[in-house]
Design a protein around this ligand. Structure first.
Ligand code: SF4
Length: 434
């Protein structure tokens, strides 16, 4: 079918005025056929528009629109169906998932369009000259690129695929087209560290400012790695030595390039038990979604909350977290409890679903929460960070729901933003009800 299916029409919008309805298709704008929402945004930016609408019954309408400036047309389209990757990365998290999780988790998406729209990381291993031309023409910038290694042979080994177009060739072309890129390396000890990493960092820094940032994140290994290549985990000792070496190199690069470029994921500092740099050193936090700078941001916000917190009507609550951020959260909750008089008990949940090597909060499942809390005195409510749930759907990774947890524990469960202010707001609201 040609064009884009219209999912919703915003009431009172130009589209509604034109009697365009959900279920109709927007086939073209000003004669340009539409492949996806990116084409819609690109070709739909003009003030004078001719829309070709295919109605539900097959009738074709031509709709002329004159609008003021950027007045929205009022269409809502579904997200594009992601293209799938043909790689077999040796560290792929999808290959390490147990059976029985939410089905979208098994999708191996690799789509430069989603990289532009939502900041998803892509390897560009399936990119062709047509797509590169489109990226440059439509200025799909910034893009988020999983580099892992710039050496072509090593990259093929890491991606588990032969005959991939060298990533530097792709990125040089994008840089020449003035496309900004954020990049990452998933660090596999003994494979793409050492000299290989030095080469990768130097190559990417050579494309600065078009390569705006590079995050190094440690490989994540679950206990479900049957029939997969053997990989070394990032140990405490490795992480501490890595931070010592690479934070020094990040500082020299910062000086050389005139701003922060190379970032180490929070997990390195947590695993290595070494202090974090100051929040200021993360610039405008370009790799926050990639787990870079989250703890410094949390600590900074925590100190602001503690400055304004005041005594509340006393009650007790349990706060749930993954194992990694436990010590940072514990310090904050202890201090908040002392100021407010609220008894806050922090429980770190062991990840039995993925295994002991997975300690981040966002990968904690509902059943593991129940196992960690069952039989404990939980107080008046249990606070669960929203990052454990699928956005907008209230489902944990293992498909369990907040209601099921509430029923199993016999205590009120409140989902809160995983930030100091999210926790503080939740206890303020509870205290107001007493
Ligand atoms: S690109 Fe690699 S890590 Fe990402 S989904 Fe594909 S195989 Fe997995």
């Amino acid at each position: 079918m040609t064009g884009l299916a219209i999912e919703k029409v915003i009431p009172g919008s130009i589209a509604e005025e034109m009697e365009i309805e959900p279920g109709d298709r927007l086939a073209s704008i000003n004669g340009h056929p539409l492949r996806d929402i990116i084409d819609y945004n690109f070709f739909g930016a003009e003030e004078s528009l001719t829309l070709e609408i295919v109605k539900d019954d097959g009738e074709v309408w031509e709709v002329e629109i004159e609008r003021d400036g950027n007045e929205p047309l009022g269409f809502i389209f579904p997200s594009p169906t992601p293209l799938q990757c043909g790689n077999r990365c040796i560290f792929c998290f999808v290959h390490q998932l147990p059976a029985g999780l939410r089905s979208p988790l098994y999708i191996k998406d690799e789509d430069y369009r989603l990289s532009f729209l939502y900041g998803n990381y892509v390897t560009m291993a399936n990119i062709g000259s047509e797509e590169i031309g489109r990226i440059k023409e439509q200025r799909l910038s910034p893009l988020y690129i999983s580099v892992h290694a710039t050496d072509a042979a090593l990259r093929e080994k890491l991606l588990g695929k032969a005959g991939i177009i060298p990533i530097m060739k792709v990125m040089e072309e994008l840089a020449a087209g003035r496309i900004t890129m954020h990049t990452q390396v998933v660090l596999c000890p003994g494979i793409n560290d050492g000299d290989a990493l030095e080469g990768t960092v130097a190559d990417l820094a050579g494309l600065h400012p078009w390569v705006e940032s590079l995050a190094i994140v440690p490989v994540g290994l679950t206990r479900h790695r049957k029939r997969l290549p053997s990989l070394q985990p990032v140990t405490k000792r490795y992480a501490a030595a890595f931070v010592a070496e690479w934070s020094r190199r990040a500082s020299s690069l910062k000086e050389k390039l005139g701003g922060p470029f190379l970032f180490l994921a929070d997990e390195f500092y947590i695993k290595g038990g070494v202090p974090f740099p100051l929040l200021d050193s993360y610039g405008d936090l370009p790799q926050l979604e990639n787990g870079v700078g989250m703890i410094p941001l949390f600590l900074d916000e925590a100190s602001q909350i503690l400055e304004r917190a005041a005594p509340l009507k006393p009650f007790s609550a349990t706060v749930v977290t993954g194992e990694s951020p436990y010590r940072y959260l514990a310090d904050f909750l202890n201090a908040l409890g002392r100021i407010t008089g609220v008894e806050l008990c922090l429980v770190s949940v062991k990840n039995r679903l993925f295994g002991a090597g997975v300690t981040v909060t966002g990968l904690v499942s509902g059943r593991d929460i129940i196992a960690a809390l069952k039989g404990r005195g939980l107080g008046d409510m249990v606070l669960i960070p929203d990052v454990m749930l699928k956005e907008g759907e209230g489902l944990f990774l293992d498909d369990s729901t907040v209601d099921e947890i509430e029923e199993a524990l016999g205590t009120r469960v409140v989902v809160v933003e995983a930030t100091p202010s999210g926790i503080y707001e939740a206890i303020l609201q509870r205290s107001d009800l007493i």
